[in-house]
Design a protein. Structure first.
Length: 148
């Protein structure tokens, strides 16, 4: 399993941060692992998204993720279907209101099939860097655009 994590304090409300993430077309500007978005289906606090991916800069076939929103503190993603070599995925955003904005923590973990798992050290190092940078890009996009 390869995991990455990033945190930042963003000058927005927790709701604004989590709604930004759920706007997958906008969010893909921060998460460069998301390719073409095929669809997003949302029914209240639950839904699914189907999109192509990019791992280590390489295009991948579509993946379907389910999400659950716990207003306005948490957003969880987990794999529904994915192409080889991806066997599992879990992602989470947590948001905590502070005096200076919202403390956002984002963690994502990918599980590769056993043979592909030989790439775990390389993939894990890349994912650790990418996830931390992703949170920085979220902060920049939201604060710069004054989307908050």
């Amino acid at each position: 399993m390869a995991c990455g994590e990033g945190t930042a304090v963003i000058a927005c409300s927790p709701r604004q941060v989590l709604e930004f993430v759920l706007d997958v077309e906008r969010y893909r500007l921060a998460d460069r692992k998301i390719g073409r978005v095929h669809w997003v289906r949302r029914d209240g606090n639950h839904g699914q998204v189907k999109h192509n991916g990019r791992l280590l800069g390489l295009a991948t076939p579509p993946i379907v993720l389910a999400f659950t929103l716990t207003p306005w503190s948490r957003l969880d993603f987990e794999i529904v279907t994915a192409p080889w070599p991806l066997r599992g995925f879990q992602g989470v955003f947590t948001c905590e209101q502070t005096a200076h904005g919202t403390r956002v923590m984002h963690r994502e973990c990918f599980t590769l099939y056993p043979l592909a798992g030989l790439l775990d050290p390389l993939f894990g190092a890349w994912l650790a860097r990418d996830t931390a940078r992703e949170v920085t890009r979220i902060k920049r996009l939201l604060e710069h655009a004054r989307g908050c």
